[in-house]
Design a protein around this ligand. Structure first.
Ligand code: SAM
Length: 308
């Protein structure tokens, strides 16, 4: 068994020997958890009861920090990570499990008003989050704090189309293309592809409005967008049952969707083009494609390990 398996008896005994002062707290927590488990009917209400008890004891402890310093430090760590990986004030952010805003308070302060969305399953921790907003003078930043009912997040919409940065004179045409793309994904593909297509269309339309100023059928543009999404995700490799010609058929276009797709790829500033499917970011990849990349990586690692 791995020595870092925290649930193993060996780890627990070793930990107790190294930190004898924590044994009493550990036993107390276990007894409390057992009592709460007996007095709640399902996992969510049990979890909420645990969080209520934790939040009543200590703000920091409720989100797993032992001291106020570590609460501040862990918040800053997350903030620095997100900002150094491209989070910008004009972006919108959703933090699922925002707790009492250990990191959220820094995000709220940094983002433009109304751009932070925090969700949590514990009402008590969200009440604590409201205190943090008030204490740090962040009310004017209008953070959205929402209680989630269960673990399904079923009330969240699919990724909406992002109209930011799209020139006024092309919005009607882009809206027509969007409606066609959405319908094709609903009929031939799925919600995941619809999100990918919406992101691709938003990027192309905001970076290269001229693509939508040209005369030309909106169906051809829509076929181009769906083709890019399919190509980047190996949709047309024979396994999915969807071929590039099915996209052309759906939109009743006679030309190959790849021709318009290639023009759009270049216009959108993507690194790939033509038969090169690179889009330069994993955000455009559906789960199945990501899984295949990981499988390929693991197979390669294994080959390297067995050659060594
Ligand atoms: C360890 S705390 C982290 C809080 C915050 N992200 C931070 O870094 O300070 C985890 C939080 O996730 C919440 N949580 C756990 N499961 C959740 C779920 N399924 N949906 C929403 N929130 C959840 C808990 O109530 C808790 O507040």
């Amino acid at each position: 068994m791995h020595s870092k398996d925290r649930s193993s008896l060996t780890f627990k005994l070793g930990y107790a020997i190294r930190h004898p002062g924590r044994i009493a707290g550990y036993i107390r927590r276990h007894a409390r958890d057992a009592w709460l488990r007996m007095h709640t009917t399902d996992h969510v209400s049990y979890y909420r009861a645990v969080m209520r008890s934790d939040a009543a004891r200590s703000r920091e402890g409720a989100v797993g920090s032992h001291t106020h310093e570590s609460w501040l430090e862990l918040g800053k760590l997350q903030f620095d990570y997100a900002t150094s990986h491209g989070l910008k004030p004009e972006m919108r952010m959703l933090e699922i499990g925002c707790g009492n805003l250990r990191a959220g308070r820094l995000f709220i302060d940094y983002l433009e008003p109304g751009n932070y969305y925090g969700m949590d399953i514990s009402p008590d921790i969200l009440l604590g989050a409201q205190d943090v907003v008030a204490e740090h003078g962040l009310a004017a930043k209008l953070p959205h704090l929402t209680l989630v009912k269960d673990l399904k997040l079923a009330f969240l919409p699919d990724e909406a189309f992002d109209w930011a940065g799209i020139a006024d004179d092309v919005t009607d045409r882009v809206a027509e293309v969007l409606a066609l793309v959405d319908r094709c994904c609903d009929v031939l593909l799925d919600v995941e592809y619809r999100t990918v297509c919406r992101m691709l269309l938003a990027r192309i339309a905001s970076r290269a409005p001229e693509v939508f100023r040209r005369k030309g059928r909106v169906e051809t543009a829509a076929a181009g967008v769906v083709w890019i999404a399919g190509k980047a995700n190996y949709l047309f490799d024979g396994k999915s049952g969807v071929r590039a010609m099915d996209i052309a058929k759906f939109f009743a276009v006679t030309s190959s969707p790849s021709a318009r797709g290639t023009v759009m790829l270049r216009a959108g500033g993507f690194p790939g083009g033509g038969f090169d499917e690179r889009l330069g970011s994993p955000v455009y990849l559906v789960a199945a494609r990501r899984r295949r990349i990981i499988e390929r990586r693991d197979a390669l690692r294994q080959r390297i390990a067995s050659a060594e």
